[in-house]
Each structure stands twice: as C-alpha cells, then as structure tokens.
Write a protein of this length. Structure first.
Length: 571
C-alpha cells in the first residue's frame, strides 16, 4: 500500500541522504547547524506518525479514508463495481473529507485550498458538501487557468524551437484557449474552429493549430490531428490509411507578412482538379476543387456517430483526473489496446454527445462518482487496484502545481526565464506557474520536476516519476530552504490575522503562545488537514527540545512536511 511505501522509502531516504550529502552542500550547513541528526529524526517521526495514524484513528473516519465503505453514486460506479465483482476485486473505501478537499482542489484547479476553506469544509455537516464543492471549483477562474495548461501541453503552445510559434502567437493562442474553457465552449465547436479557421495567426488564434506543428507538410498535420482529436498515432497505421487521411490537409498553405513573425494559414485554391481522400473508417470521399478538405474532415470527425471523437476526449479527461486513461496510454487508442472498462467509456461517450459536448458535464459525472472519491489505500494489491481504478491512483504533483503550492505556502515567488529571450517573455514574479502560456518559459524547479517540452503533444512528455535528484532538491537546495523559512512567516501571519478577527468578536486568544494551534496551522496550510494527536505530540516535544530555538524547530517541522510524500503526491 502507498503508506507502506512512505515508510519504506521516504524515512530512510531523509536520514541517509541528508547525512551522505551534507558535505556536498556546505552552503546549507549554516541552516542545518541546529542538529542534522535531530532534524532527520523529527522528519522521520512526523512521517511515521502520519503513516501509523491510518489504522489507529477511532470512529468512522481516519485521516485518509472513511470506513463507511464504497457506495454506488451514479452509473459510472455501477459499471465499475459490476466489473470489479467479476474480477474478484474489492473497491477501496471512500476517502476522508480532508483527503477529498485537497484532491479536488489539486485535480480541478491545480491549487491547494486555503486554510479557512479546509476548516469550513471539514466542519460542514451537509451530506451534499462534496457535490457543492465540485460545482464551485468548476466556476473558479483557476479552473480555466489549470485546464488551459493541459490544453497548451496537448496543442504544443510554445514560442521557440522546434515549434516556433513566437511570443505574439503564443499569447493570442493561449487567450483563445483559456476563454474557450472559461465559457465552456462545446467541445465539437472548439475542435471545428481549430481545424477549419484560416487567416493570420496573430488575429485568428485558432490557426496556430497548424503553426504549432513540427513541419507544414500534410503528414505532419494529419499526425497532429489524429493524435489530438482521435487519440491515435498515425505512424502505426498502414500506409494507404495514412495517405487517405493526409489528403484532407494537402491543400493547407502558409505565407508570411511584413509583420514580425506573423504567418497566414489558408486554403490553397490553385488546384483545379477534385481531391480523393479516405476517412479513417475507410469511407472514400471526392472533394471538389474550391471546397475546403479540412471542413469535410471536421464534419466527419465531430459527427455524433464518429467512434473516435467523443471516446478520445472522455478518455483523456479520465486520464487527467486519475493519472491513467480507461484506455492506457490515453493517446494510443487502437483495436488491440483494450479499455479497462468498455462500458464506462461507452457511457461517457454517450453522455458527452447527448449533452451537446459539454465537457463540464463529464467532469461532474466523474468527480461525483465514488470511483473518483475512493481512498488511495487499496483493499488488496495496490498496483493491480490502481490499474483497474479499484482505488485512487497515487502520483506525484505536476511540476507547475508543485511550484505554485510551494509559493502559496511560503508567500514567495518563482523566477522564470527563457533560453532564447524574445519580446514579451518577461513574466511578473506573482504569475503562477499554471498560468504560463509559453512552454519556452520555465524555471529550474519546473525542469527538475518533469514539465513537458511541448514538442510533440504526447501525454508521455510530462514526466511525473520521482527521482533522487528531485528529493535532493527538496531536501537541500537553497531555493527550497528560502521557501521553507518563508512558509513559517506566512503561516504565522495568517494566524495573527485570524487572532485579530477573533478579538473583534471578543474571543481573542494568545495565538503566539498557543503551540497546539500553531501546529494545527502548519498542517492545515501544508497538508490541508489537522494533525493527529500522535503527530501533534511529536511536534510539540520537538519544538520544546532544549537547545533548539522554537522558531528553528517550527521551521524544521515545515521542512519535514513539505518533504513528505503526503505533500508531494496526489492521493
């Protein structure tokens, strides 16, 4: 189980790696002067406390799961449970409220919840509070920010080599994508505009679909269209099938203008003969001279009976929320790559079509299902359970989400740069990483944690697999240590503001002397939950340790928590 992995990997890693690499990071020795071994020990004990608390919290709910069990909430659950029963696999328990609010915020808006939002949610007795939270998150501005990031990865929104959209086009394209998501543009309209729009890539942002491809030849365009909107890899198709689809893009033409880096995408009307093309389903079509083959293809693609279009996007949405698609990989849909749940996939396809390609409707169906709201603690083998969604799959935070989380906790800013500076590449320090439009603008932290290069549009470009280098970066880098110190100041500042509000109501407490309250604030800010009694006792004992200044001890607690897998992972 994933909590066993924390015990087996994180704690020895902290103790051994810190001791081993201390000499290599002399610049950090001043910070660690308080006592390297003690610091490692408190990290270990705090992490152990969180792990051991899973099975020890009394009552109906632990810090990670609700023992009331799995309850079928909608058609997704009915289909999943029916299949699991046939396989002899038990679904996981429902996740706890504390896990759910953190998970929902990270998965839906790529942002950690505020401390007060966590408190209010945990104290809310309404049975409908999860559904209400989901609805509210879908309306927030961060929803458009975060899902624009996902679509910009897919559509290769990037200024520099090898895509070369250049900054003006990047900004225009990103604004159009974000506005489409914010207004919940029907997905069929979204795709049709990308495929059929002509004009300047500065003034008609949709045409950047044709610009953001490594090559202008029909093969490159058809490959991108198949990957993005059908979840298919054209290079695996037979040659005659590939040629049939490439014909739809054989009359796309490009020309530059006097404006810097501007390019016009248009239909080449010089051809006077008709065009033979073949749809991916094998149907042949003859397109008359003067007609736009792209529109013919788009009309076929978004037809409600098309077996690729709806399946691709609902499978991608599932993968974006669970870390893997019902068909895995999410952009490798083919006859011999069978879905884990064909019935669930068919149900979601049907729901999308019948609801006029409303993607938020699909989000709500998935997010409100017990399948999504399961604990990450499997009832049996963890790996097998994750593969068939018999628990919530554990995975590391996206690079941009992690960067924003650290900045949010610490009140610090991330510094971005581009290897090839061009106009408009300056990014204000308070700009969040999930808001970055340009894949060419980055930071050391984003690179370290696997931000995609946006060269191909493949889902596999994003690498969220943990590495030793990442762990060392979190443990020892000056960048992270600056954020750790800032985190404590930020948390203390939040508590002082809360104390002032209580004073106005005649309920003032001496917050700066209330150690348990301070520990609560640290846990709420970083892990979006209250500490267990065991964790609180360990933290209190450490903070009161003779010879360690209270401020340094509290900083150590922050350091230990942001290095825990509970913080670094979606769970």
């Amino acid at each position: 189980m994933w909590e066993d992995e924390i015990t087996a990997v994180s704690v020895p890693f902290i103790v051994v790696r810190m001791a081993y690499y201390a000499e290599s990071y002399r610049a950090m020795m001043y910070y660690f002067r308080s006592n390297l071994v003690v610091k490692a020990a408190v990290a270990a004990v705090v992490l152990f406390a969180g792990v051991n608390a899973i099975g020890q919290v009394g009552g109906k709910q632990s810090i990670f799961q609700d023992y009331s069990g799995y309850k079928v909430e909608n058609e997704i659950d009915r289909l999943v449970v029916s299949s699991l029963q046939q396989r002899g696999i038990r679904p996981a328990n429902k996740c706890s409220d504390a896990v759910f609010i953190r998970r929902a915020y990270l998965d839906v808006i790529g942002t950690l919840p505020e401390t007060e939002e966590v408190r209010k949610f945990l104290e809310n007795p309404r049975s409908s509070k999860r559904m209400l939270l989901i609805s509210s998150l879908l309306k927030r501005v961060e929803f458009a920010d975060y899902w624009s990031l996902k679509w910009c990865d897919l559509l290769r929104v990037k200024s520099e080599f090898p895509i070369n959209l250049w900054p003006n086009a990047v900004q225009a394209y990103h604004r159009w994508i974000r506005q489409s998501i914010a207004t919940n543009m029907p997905y069929d309209k979204f795709v049709r505009e990308l495929l059929t729009t002509s004009g300047s890539n500065f003034r008609y942002p949709q045409v950047n679909f044709y610009r953001a491809i490594q090559g202008h030849e029909p093969t490159a365009i058809a490959t991108a269209a198949a990957l993005n909107f059908m979840g298919a890899r054209l290079e695996t198709w037979p040659e005659d099938k590939r040629k049939g689809m490439e014909a739809f893009f054989s009359r796309v033409a490009y020309k530059s203008t006097a404006e810097w880096k501007e390019e016009i995408v248009y239909l080449d009307t010089s051809a006077t003969d008709s065009l033979r093309a073949v749809f991916p389903d094998g149907t042949e079509v003859r397109i008359q001279a003067g007609d736009d083959p792209r529109k013919v293809f788009a009309d076929w693609l978004i037809d409600k009976d098309n077996k690729w279009f709806a399946r691709n996007i609902v499978n991608r949405m599932w993968a974006w929320l669970f870390g893997r698609g019902i068909i895995h990989e999410a952009d490798d849909i083919r006859a011999d790559n069978r879905p884990a749940y064909p019935e669930v996939l068919a149900y979601l396809e049907k729901e999308l079509v019948e609801n006029d390609y409303d993607l938020q409707h699909i989000f709500k169906l998935i997010l409100n299902s017990s399948t999504y709201q399961q604990s990450s603690i499997a009832q049996g083998d963890q790996t097998k359970a994750e593969a068939v969604f018999a628990c919530y799959p554990v995975r590391q935070l996206d690079a941009e989400v992690l960067a924003d989380a650290l900045c949010k906790i610490s009140g610090t800013k991330e510094k971005y740069s581009s290897l090839i500076p061009e106009p408009f590449t300056f990014i204000p320090g308070d700009n969040r990483s999930i808001e970055l439009a340009d894949g060419s603008i980055t930071s050391p932290l984003l690179e370290m944690f696997g931000r995609p290069s946006r060269d191909t549009g493949l889902e596999s470009e994003r690498n969220s697999n943990p590495t030793d280098a990442q762990r060392l970066y979190m443990l020892n880098s000056t960048h992270i240590q600056t954020k750790v110190r800032g985190s404590l100041r930020q948390i203390q500042s939040g508590r002082k503001a809360q104390a002032k509000r209580k004073k106005a109501k005649g309920k003032r407490k001496k917050a700066n002397k209330n150690l348990p309250s301070q520990i609560d604030a640290v846990y709420l800010k970083i892990l979006s939950r209250f500490p267990t009694e065991a964790e609180k006792a360990v933290a209190e004992d450490y903070i009161k340790t003779s010879g360690i200044k209270p401020y340094m001890a509290k900083t150590d607690l922050v350091w230990a928590l942001i290095n825990s897998k509970e913080f670094l992972y979606r769970h």
